[in-house]
Design a protein around this ligand. Structure first.
Ligand code: NAD
Ligand code: DAU
Length: 351
């Protein structure tokens, strides 16, 4: 069936993998990618599909209420898949307002225009909001986040994402807007901005720079290859039930220090360096403020009801990721010029 789908944040990491998947897999869909192109948005991520007839890019800001409303008035969107956000926890600690504006107000702008412009047709529409497992807070050594876990966000980033989730549910209950929310664990893979742990470590190892590990490296994350997340979004977009939340995770928990050591072994092999070379770069640095100890997702709802499961093993995913960064030096060089350097110096050298 023909559909016009607004994807927000499609020039970012996860968004670009999702846009590519939809543009290639569903030629009858018209994919409109709305992105402000912040430091994290990069049209290079979509060079291979930008000429496709079913793809359009629009530069714009979800915080601009009038612009968003005009966009909904001039396009008959059948659905929204909303990924645009400020996404990095460390940046939310040093500059929380941007997170409140984009993640909460920006989301409300989209919800409100959808509600007003879709009017009584809402029955056939869908607002799909992409969220994070961080809204559930921090786990101790035991337990998993389920869809029933109470929200307990602890950083400005996770609090702003929790706020946006609440707004999405409010539009469902109050106005009857059809919505789906999925809360996913840590993604990794090609095209991730090198402020996040895995690409930052790959870039530093490659350049023989210190690999900063916060605290003692004992914090635990549940890692999922980005294309597995895009596959889950595809499935939920088509078969998820309106009004429901779905947790998505990799069943793949790693202590940061163990993950970095594994990455060091892969990097030594790929760079043809003697075993143990990269590990010497590991440097324990001051911990992140309010650093959540552990995230882990119970994804039994999406796997039981819809048959989704991760398909890429961690070893395979890490190798593919390292290969991509080593093969895409131009991409990496471009994104670490300019703004990245001042962020990096502030975050790692001046504290
Ligand atoms: P990202 O930072 O790589 O990309 C975000 C994109 O949003 C960028 O292209 C940026 O230009 C765009 N954007 C930011 N502010 C905007 C604005 N005001 N208007 C329009 N566009 C704007 O993020 P990501 O890692 O790809 O995450 C995408 C979504 O998935 C986010 O909502 C994030 O909270 C969620 N999420 C991420 C992860 C993860 O591990 N990366 C896990 C779970 C959920
Ligand atoms: O859980 C999902 C979330 O995962 C997403 O919602 C966020 O958008 C995404 O950024 C990610 O958040 P994290 O804070 O878990 O990711 P990050 O890559 O920043 O950090 C992963 C872990 O590594 C975390 O425990 C902090 C630690 N870390 C991170 C950096 C950047 C370090 O030890 N050193 C570093 O330099």
């Amino acid at each position: 069936m023909k559909k016009t789908i607004l994807v927000t944040g499609g020039a970012g990491f996860i968004g670009s993998h999702l846009v590519r998947r939809f543009v290639k897999k569903y030629p009858v869909y018209r994919i409109i990618n709305l992105d402000k192109l912040t430091y994290a948005g990069n049209l290079e991520n979509l060079r291979d599909v930008e000429q496709n007839r079913n793809y359009t890019f629009i530069k714009g800001d979800i915080n601009d209420t009038a612009f968003i409303d005009e966009l909904f008035a001039s396009h008959m969107f059948d659905a929204v898949i909303h990924l645009a956000a400020e996404s990095h926890v460390d940046r939310s600690i040093s500059g929380p307002m941007e997170f409140v504006n984009t993640n909460i107000t920006g989301t409300v702008n989209l919800l409100n225009s959808a509600r007003i412009r879709w009017k009584e047709e809402t029955g056939s529409k869908l607002f799909y909001h992409i969220s994070t497992d961080e809204v559930y807070g921090s786990l101790g050594e035991e337990g998993l986040f389920t869809e029933e876990t109470a929200y307990d966000p602890r950083s400005p980033y996770s609090a702003s994402k929790a706020g946006s989730d609440h707004m999405v549910r409010a539009w469902y209950h109050t106005y009857g807007l059809p919505v789906i929310i999925s809360n996913c664990s840590n993604n990794y893979g090609p095209n991730q901005f090198p402020e996040k742990l895995i690409p930052l470590a790959i870039n530093n190892i490659k350049n023989n720079r210190a690999v900063p590990v916060y605290g003692r490296g004992e914090n635990i994350r549940d890692w999922l290859y980005v294309e597995d997340h895009a596959a889950a979004i595809d499935l939920l977009f088509h078969r998820g039930q309106s009004g429901r939340t779905y947790n998505v995770g990799g069943n793949n928990e790693w202590r940061n220090i163990d993950l970095i050591r594994t990455l060091c072994v892969i990097m030594d092999k790929k760079l043809d360096r003697p075993p143990g070379t990269s590990e010497k770069l590991i440097t324990f640095v001051k911990d992140r403020a309010g650093h959540d100890l552990r995230y882990a997702i119970d994804n039994s709802r999406i796997s039981r009801e819809l048959g989704w499961k991760p398909s890429v093993s961690f070893q395979e995913g890490l190798e593919k990721t390292v290969d991509w960064y080593l093969d895409n030096e131009k991409w990496l060089k471009a994104v670490i010029s300019g703004e990245y350097k001042s962020y990096y110096d502030k975050q790692y050298l001046e504290r």
